[in-house]
Write a protein that binds this ligand. Structure first.
Ligand code: PDD
Length: 288
């Protein structure tokens, strides 16, 4: 089965799918994207992802390419044509192709692209081992709440982390030591009394759909959740740390820079939330 991509109304072989060299996504990062997980043939938390997509579009003053229901039909068709039961759907909308000039073109057709691929959440062996994170200076702009395709700081940060043997980078503000989030994940710690702490969903972070889901699963299980900033030092001394995202689920962190988190093994809260999230994901809940 060969992969199929969607480009502006057409389903084409993934390897043959292209956009214009004048596309503003390519030239100016003038576009937004979403990544939605697929579990057992269902989209996970589809509606919150689409709500965030709409918010990102509005922030860039981009018009939706079509009504939501039409978009959802294409998402389903992509899933069907690619025969993906466990994986991710990537969707991106840019301001389209126009003669290169920074202000919005007077007329341009948006470029809507979707791709779909098989991919699994980290398995039991990975989750039970946990991963390391590397702190990097927060150098991003003041609209990190927008899921824009301008990801160069994230790319550089994640590459640096990988080169240092870490799985993820943690953006850390130099002025006050606050950890905002990861290169493509949200950051959580667990305090000595078992409460979760994560940066509030301000414009300093991308408000993750998995973050929101994990907060509500934790609260439903009777846990205390504080949405407040925490510092790198607090994280290094925390009882537990973990990250969340569409592609990682709840992933325990066992090392931050040179500091071992607790005893260097994933903590019980992270493992419990990982299991709860997997159950939620498998249930194919689409109604937020
Ligand atoms: N990344 N923070 C950043 C900077 C992200 O790029 C992401 C998602 C998240 C987590 O958001 P969510 O839980 O909605 O996936 C937080 C996606 C998966 C990506 O770029 O591939």
């Amino acid at each position: 089965m060969s992969r199929v991509a969607y480009v502006n109304g057409r389903y084409i072989a993934h390897s043959a799918a292209t956009v214009s060299v004048e596309d503003r996504g390519f030239q100016f990062a003038d576009g937004v994207y979403e990544v939605v997980a697929i579990d057992r043939g269902h989209f996970v938390d589809e509606l919150p992802h689409l709500d965030r997509w709409d918010r990102s579009l509005a922030a860039l003053r981009l018009q939706p390419a079509m009504p939501r229901n039409a978009l959802r039909q294409i998402m389903r068709e992509m899933l069907r044509r690619n025969r993906v039961r466990e994986g991710i759907l990537y969707m991106q909308l840019t301001r389209g192709a126009a003669r290169r000039d920074a202000p919005f073109p007077r007329r341009s057709q948006p470029t809507l692209v979707m791709t779909c691929r098989r991919q699994s959440l980290p398995g039991p062996v990975q989750v039970e081992a946990g991963v390391a994170v590397l702190s990097v200076p927060e150098i991003r702009w003041q609209r990190c709440d927008v899921k824009s395709v301008a990801l160069l700081p994230n790319v550089l940060a994640k590459q640096r982390a990988r080169e240092q043997g870490a799985y993820e980078a943690w953006f850390t503000r130099q002025s006050d030591g606050v950890v905002t989030e990861g290169g493509s994940t949200n950051a959580f710690i667990v305090t000595g009394d078992g409460a979760l702490v994560t940066h509030p969903a301000t414009n300093a972070i991308l408000g993750g759909i998995t973050r929101d889901r994990v907060i509500s699963l934790a609260k439903a299980a009777g846990m205390t959740v504080h949405e407040r900033p925490f510092t790198l030092d607090e994280a290094k001394a925390a009882r537990e740390a973990f990250m969340t995202s569409t592609t990682t689920g709840v992933y325990p962190i066992v090392r931050i820079d040179d500091a071992t988190v607790a005893n260097g093994k994933p903590g019980s809260v992270a493992l419990d939330l990982n299991a709860r999230y997997r159950i939620h994901s498998a249930a194919g809940a689409t109604l937020g």
